[in-house]
Design a protein around this ligand. Structure first.
Ligand code: RUB
Length: 318
């Protein structure tokens, strides 16, 4: 029988569900913290009872954003390290795993940034799509190395996250040219790199990222502009090793068109997929905290980091 879920775990789940806690790394961090709280605050008097509580807590957390790959990756990290014949030992294994995970996460973006910065030369122009903190980390590291860069920033309809990117690049002192998405091909001739983030990376090296990434990548390939994806390894999707596909979230159609305007137009269908899939042949490199990889070789990194066993250990009775 499953044990009680600590109120802080429930609060964390609620914050992720409402997107108050958002972003791959932030979600992952919150999830391992919540498991550590469950372990340390538990009244369980046997290891079996504590394991049941941890599974219940993980299920509560997992149901919030089942398609955010960093969430199950963080849960698996802790569950794969559960160890101990006593309550005390088991509790300590959760706390140690959570601390190690968080410490790795804190280092990952800075390490990734330095790898990505090595690709950028003084005087280069990068084209960006959407808003990715991993991409910004690469540019920031290059700026720290005294490289002068400029940026062409796609506004990224429908939510215009390009505006956030533009502001953050200006804070770094990088000159920014903001363009509408449909001007991307026109401006690719002035770009030395296309730099995008990822929400998820599949075992075949496909990159799931903000809608419009794949069209940009195809145009960039036609123009011989290298496409680089900056993605911490918590974005790697081990489920895709076993043939699972990545679910693409769709968002409210009101993001695309104002409901009144839509009513004026008459009977139409509006689609608003949040992400698209860029096949590996259009991606030159995936930059991670472990180095840069051709997309076709990312499967090896996924196996090294996550093993071949995926599944959901929090659903098991053992
Ligand atoms: C954001 C988006 C970003 C990735 C990577 O889309 O597609 O490129 O999430 O971001 P949305 P990061 O704003 O709709 O979530 O590098 O910060 O993890």
């Amino acid at each position: 029988m499953d044990g009680d879920v600590h109120p802080e775990v429930a609060a964390t789940a609620e914050a992720i569900e409402s997107m108050e806690t958002r972003g791959a790394a932030t979600i992952a961090d919150a999830v391992v913290d919540a498991l550590a709280t469950q372990a340390t605050e538990s009244d369980a008097d046997t290891p079996e009872a504590l394991r049941a509580e941890l599974r219940a807590a993980a299920r509560e957390l997992h149901r919030t954003r089942p398609t955010a790959v960093s969430l199950p990756n963080a849960l698996r990290y802790v569950f794969n390290r559960l160890d101990g014949e006593s309550v005390l030992g088991l509790r300590q294994s959760v706390v140690t795993a959570a601390e190690t995970f968080t410490a790795q996460l804190d280092r990952a973006q800075a390490d990734l940034g330095r790898v990505g910065a090595n690709r950028l030369r003084d005087g280069d122009t990068v084209m960006t799509h959407c808003h990715s903190t991993d991409v910004l980390a690469c540019i920031e590291a290059a700026v720290d190395q005294s490289k002068e860069l400029s940026a062409i920033v796609k506004e990224t309809r429908p939510r215009n996250q390009g505006h956030i990117t533009a502001g953050e690049l200006r804070d770094l002192g990088v000159p920014v040219t903001l363009i509408v998405d449909s001007a991307a091909r026109r401006f690719l001739d002035e770009a030395d790199h296309v730099l995008v983030g990822a929400d998820s990376i599949a075992a075949d090296g496909s990159v799931v990222n903000k809608i419009g990434t794949s069209g940009l990548a195809v145009c960039a390939r036609q123009r011989d502009v290298p496409v680089v994806t900056a993605a911490q390894t918590i974005k790697l999707n081990p489920d895709t090793l076993t043939g699972h596909t990545v679910e693409i979230e769709t968002r409210d159609e009101a993001e695309v068109i104002d409901p009144e305007r839509r009513a004026d137009i008459g009977e139409i269908t509006v689609e608003n997929p949040a992400f698209d899939v860029t096949p590996p042949r259009y991606v030159d490199a995936i930059v991670t905290e472990h180095g840069q990889f051709p997309p076709e070789s990312i499967v090896t990194l996924i196996r090294d980091l996550y093993g071949t066993g995926t599944g959901a250990p929090w659903d098991e009775e053992a």
